[in-house]
Write a protein that binds this ligand. Structure first.
Ligand SMILES: *Cc1c(COP(=O)(O)O)cnc(C)c1O
Length: 401
């Protein structure tokens, strides 16, 4: 490796350790450049990226459609103000409503912010149509974000007792347990919010019968059904949106991650019936920001035109098939997921050891739980890149297990 580059990297890392607020343990590299399925660090080392910015870079790193959209829009209008309509805002909202079951879109910048909007919408609905009901039922092991309300909505054991007092009004029930859900509903319930596939929790999917029953209960009791599709939306699971797999429609859906392909962007989508905010009750300085709108639209058009959701489905099937061939050799306990949101359960709690060993060999994967590996690559991944990933992964599994 180039000695001069390594000295520069060491300096950068030292500066980073001194000036970045500590919130995460990060490996001792500095990422500098990306293209397609690959990242390069400041030492010139190359990494095959099967996390893709945490299920964000759906078109890979630096896709030309994003560069082009940013370039063109930055010459036209970077920011007007959320109090004005702008052209890409209207066009993108139209595109999203055309390709989903929803009628209205509110744009924001992160998944947590979109979920905050959904929580506020549910409470607004409760206050005007449900005798002041404000409780929202979510699932244990769920993940909805890191703002105070979305942390309170999140059903993560590790966060219990953190940043107390939490925002009140959230109840957690186990996923796919319809009796637990029915027992949790009371006159104060205004909404049920869930991920169709729990992502950060370790890739656990709703059962088709369960979600159909949940839809029926919500209809009967006039409770909002909110899908957090921050991770599952925009082609990730093999359809444009994950709700399409189950033959039901939620009332409200949130999108983030893949929607901007790496640009900070999120959206709250609702049916016409829930277009109930009064002026000023919901907003944000960057709502409908033209650069974000242009990028989001370019990403979604590319996904639709190139039928990238279908690629996610077929490449996901290919990974599962190949992993099944390795199942016995490495005593893998479970391989699950949909499209390119996949998890492998190991027979030992060696997830973080495996991810760090893979990283040393130039492969980026993730371990959301101690004995689980998660694969969430860009949706443009090819069979060749999958074969390369599996070669590194199996050599590491051979060594570590
Ligand atoms: C990542 C994630 C969020 C939070 O999104 P941010 O953009 O990090 O705020 C919320 N819900 C789900 C399902 C997620 O995967």
């Amino acid at each position: 490796m180039d000695n001069g580059l390594m000295i520069k990297t060491k300096d950068l890392l030292q500066q980073g350790e001194q000036s970045i607020l500590f919130t995460a343990v990060r490996p001792g590299v500095v990422m500098e450049r990306g293209s397609g399925m690959y990242l390069w660090d400041t030492n010139g080392e190359k990494y095959l990226d099967f996390i893709g910015g945490w299920a964000v870079n759906c078109l890979g790193h630096c896709p030309p459609v994003i560069t082009k959209a940013l370039e063109a829009q930055s010459r036209e209008l970077v920011n007007a103000s959320p109090s004005f309509y702008n052209k890409p805002m209207i066009q993108f909202a139209k595109l999203l409503t055309e390709y989903s079951c929803f009628d209205r879109v509110f744009f924001c910048s992160s998944g947590a912010e979109a979920n905050e909007g959904a929580i506020k919408l549910a409470r607004k609905y409760g206050s005007i149509s449900h005798n002041g009901a404000y409780e929202i039922i979510t699932t244990t092991n769920s993940f909805h974000g890191r703002t105070l309300a979305t942390m309170s909505a999140t059903g993560k054991k590790k966060w219990e007792g953190l940043f107390e007092p939490k925002v009140s009004g959230f109840k957690h029930v186990p996923l796919n347990d319809i009796d637990a859900l029915i027992n949790a509903i009371n006159p104060n319930t205004c909404a049920i919010m869930l991920e169709p596939i729990q992502g950060e929790g370790g890739v656990f999917e709703v059962e088709a019968n369960y979600i159909k029953a949940v839809r029926e209960i919500c209809d009967e009791q006039e409770i909002l059904l909110i899908f957090d599709e921050v991770q599952t939306g925009i082609g990730r699971t093999g359809t444009l949106f994950a709700y399409e797999h189950y033959g039901i429609e939620p009332d409200v859906m949130t999108l983030a991650k893949g929607i901007g392909g790496g640009f900070p962007l999120s959206a709250l989508l609702t049916k016409e019936k829930f277009n109930i905010f009064e002026a000023g009750e919901q907003g944000g300085t960057y709502s409908g920001q033209p650069l974000a709108m242009a990028v989001g639209m370019a990403v979604m058009k590319e996904i639709i035109e190139k039928d990238i959701a279908t690629n996610a489905q077929s490449k996901g099937n290919y990974i599962v098939k190949k992993l099944n061939e390795l199942k016995n050799e490495f005593s893998l306990k479970d391989i699950r997921g949909k499209g390119l949101l996949l998890a492998i359960d190991l027979s030992a709690a060696k997830g973080s050891k495996i991810t760090s060993e893979c990283f040393k060999e130039g492969l980026i994967i993730n371990s959301p739980q101690p004995s689980t590996i998660r694969l969430i690559p860009p949706l443009i991944v090819t069979e060749k890149e999958i074969d390369d990933m599996l070669q590194i992964l199996s050599s590491v599994l051979k060594r570590v297990l």
